[in-house]
Each structure stands twice: as structure tokens, then as C-alpha cells.
Write a protein that binds this ligand. Structure first.
Ligand SMILES: Nc1nc2c([nH]c(=O)n2[C@H]2C[C@H](O)[C@@H](COP(=O)(O)OP(=O)(O)OP(=O)(O)O)O2)c(=O)[nH]1
Length: 140
């Protein structure tokens, strides 16, 4: 019988929150995973793991502050999915977010504003590609 040693199972899923944040002209904020981290070089919706005792909204406000110096309010949940990576299974929760200031890369990561048609061509983390397809299907 095959048993996974780590990852590969949806039972021990790690909750990860991510922000759907749009600027005035409708472009969407993406950040790039830095070298040395899992899925380095791929683009994602900014966010991170939810710590024990935190709500998803609290976790997202903390991650946006730590990574991008953003003070943000958090709105509704837009999409959620479970994604199994070889090393880790995540439940990725996409929350609408509204920033009060402009982003700055506090952890040296690349970030940018992307039009929806540009996101089609960006190398996204596989879970984010699926999320993006879900959003598009629901014509957000
Ligand atoms: N933040 C974020 N992570 C994502 C997204 N899509 C996706 O597959 N992931 C994966 C990448 C990582 O394996 C995991 C989140 O870990 P992280 O490295 O961003 O979170 P963190 O800073 O809180 O954790 P850590 O590196 O300190 O362990 O989820 C996404 O849109 N945003």
C-alpha cells in the first residue's frame, strides 16, 4: 500500500490566504515568489499561511503589512480551493482586499499590477492558475 510521507494528501491541508486587490484602473496586484522559497519565480496573489488562532482576514492583513507595507481592509471571499503540491497541500482562500496606501516590496520581492488579459500569460503558481480560471468562469 502506498502512503504519502509528506504532502500529497488533502487531510493535512494548510490554510493560505491571498488578496484580490485592484487599483483604480482595474489592474490586479500580483507578487513573485522569491528565490529560495517553494514555487520560487512563480507569480501569485499576495498573502501567506494562516497562523493558528488567526482568522483568514486577520492573516491577510498581517501578510499584506509584512510583505508590502499595505494597510488594507478585507471584503468578501471570492474563491477557495484545495491544491495538492508534491510537498504541501494548501486550501487557498482568495479574499477581496482594499488598500489604503501604495505597495512597497519590504521583502525584496518583485510585484506588479496586471490587466486580466496579462494574467493569462504570466507564469502563475499552479493553484493560482486554477483560482484565476474559477474567477473568470464566474466572470468577475
Ligand atoms: N501567499 C500565497 N501562497 C500561495 C499562493 N498560491 C500558492 O500555491 N501558494 C503556496 C506557496 C506556498 O507553498 C504556500 C504559502 O506559503 P508562503 O511561503 O507564502 O507563506 P508564509 O510566508 O506565511 O510561510 P513561510 O514561508 O514562512 O512558511 O502556498 C498564493 O496565491 N499566495
Amino acid at each position: 500500500m502506498w502512503t504519502p510521507s509528506s504532502g500529497g494528501s488533502s487531510e493535512n491541508k494548510v490554510p493560505v490566504v491571498a488578496a484580490f486587490l485592484r487599483e483604480a484602473s482595474g489592474r490586479i496586484l500580483l507578487s513573485r515568489r522569491p528565490p529560495g522559497k517553494a514555487r520560487a519565480g512563480l507569480w501569485e496573489f499576495p498573502g501567506g499561511k494562516v497562523k493558528p488562532g488567526e482568522s483568514p482576514a486577520e492573516a491577510l492583513r498581517r501578510e499584506l503589512r509584512e510583505e508590502l507595507g499595505l494597510e488594507a481592509s478585507v471584503g468578501q471571499e471570492l474563491a477557495r480551493l484545495i491544491h495538492v503540491y508534491p510537498d504541501l497541500t494548501i486550501e487557498l482562500i482568495l479574499l477581496e482586499a482594499f488598500a489604503e496606501n501604495y505597495p512597497q516590496a519590504l521583502e525584496g520581492q518583485e510585484w506588479g499590477w496586471f490587466r486580466p488579459e496579462e494574467i493569462e500569460k504570466v507564469p502563475l503558481a499552479p493553484a493560482d492558475r486554477r483560482l484565476w480560471q474559477l474567477l473568470y468562469k464566474n466572470s468577475l
